[in-house]
Design a protein around this ligand. Structure first.
Ligand code: NAD
Length: 309
């Protein structure tokens, strides 16, 4: 089928393009290259802002069956400092993509949400039907995108699946992302620089390997999971201190972080329950954290050899 991928040059989007091309789909990417830089010569890229009205005519000409919408302002910190910029990209951009796909006669949009929408949850791992309590402009704009998807389905019959991602890690990640801590620890430990854990090291996150994440997207572009929010995570919590030890082992460096005061606004714990995703898409995370971190360290080592810091 023909699939539009926004944010195609980014960390997750570029892996998704690779997967969809390998699966035999015809793919077109959209990216303004503001943070992403992973571009394939053999895949058409429209270098543009997802909120640009000119997207409508281009999408109409391509007539995609489905779109995976990953382009976003991805930083919680940036969203707090400049909420209007966050909303412009994440709310207006999402409205523009939905409208473009609808006008083009597309069947479905797969929307990329974040476990940040759950805020401080009542229970862990968070089920996919938990209430949304966005606690940052970024989480609010992702929540708004989910609401737009539901509204487009009710108003126009455009199908959607919301994929609510936990903390994604793997090759091509940059230190700025939500799960940038893996790439921060990996790069620092490879270079022999000191590493810092904020707080007492007991804060937890749910780390899911990028190859598993794009497998969920590849399944969701089909008819399954229509009209649903599906969590993409392992359901397991890893503490910051455990993560540091695992990355140090993957890199072959000493496990000796410094400790710094906790950062204001950091959630104490997060993990998402993938039960509904298994039922709807037959998806489950298959890469163990230890193995995924080893692959990430290998990629970072090769990149450092090519581009010394
Ligand atoms: N990495 C994670 O752990 C994680 C967790 C939850 C959700 N997400 C979501 O997954 C998606 C992909 O994130 P990522 O980690 O690959 O980040 P990324 O920054 O690598 O990818 C985002 C891509 O979008 C592009 N982009 C940004 N603004 C744009 C605009 N206005 N127009 C066109 N393109 C634009 C960037 O150039 C980049 O290539 C995002 O929607 C993000 O919110 C990521």
């Amino acid at each position: 089928m023909r699939v539009l991928v926004t944010g195609s040059a980014g960390f997750i989007g570029s892996h998704l393009v690779d997967r969809l091309v390998a699966d035999g789909h015809e793919v077109v990417g959209v990216d303004d290259l503001s943070s992403g830089s992973n571009v394939r010569d053999d895949v058409e890229l429209w270098e543009m802002d997802v909120a640009d009205p000119a997207l409508l005519d281009r999408v109409a000409a391509f007539a995609p069956d489905a779109a995976c919408h990953l382009a976003a302002q991805v930083s919680v910190r940036v969203s707090v400092g400049d909420p209007a910029r966050d909303a412009r990209v994440n709310v207006l951009g999402t409205a523009n993509v939905l409208e473009a796909v609808r006008r083009a006669g597309g069947r479905k949009v797969v929307f990329t949400s974040s476990c940040a929408v759950y805020g401080v949850p009542d229970a862990l791992p968070v089920p996919a039907d938990a209430p949304l309590r966005p606690a940052s402009p970024y989480a609010a704009s992702k929540t708004s995108g989910e609401v737009y998807c539901g509204m487009y389905r009710a108003l126009h019959g455009l199908d959607y699946t919301v994929l609510t991602l936990a903390n994604v890690y793997g090759p091509r990640q940059t230190p700025e992302g939500e799960a940038g801590v893996v790439s921060i620890f990996t790069d620092a430990l490879l270079a022999g620089r000191p590493t810092r854990v904020f707080g007492d090291g007991t804060q937890t996150r749910d780390y899911v390997y990028v190859g598993d994440v794009v497998d969920a997207f590849a399944r969701a572009v089909g008819p399954d999971g229509g009209g649903e929010r599906l969590n993409v995570g392992t359901g397991r919590q890893t503490t910051d201190r455990e993560l540091h030890a695992l990355v140090a082992a993957a890199v072959g460096a000493p496990d000796d972080p410094e400790f710094a005061p906790p950062r204001l606004g950091d959630l104490p714990a997060m993990a998402v329950d993938p039960a509904r995703t298994r039922a709807a898409l037959g998806w489950t995370a298959s890469v163990e954290l230890r193995d995924g971190l080893a692959r990430t360290a290998e990629w970072a080592r090769e990149r450092a050899a090519v581009r010394p810091a």
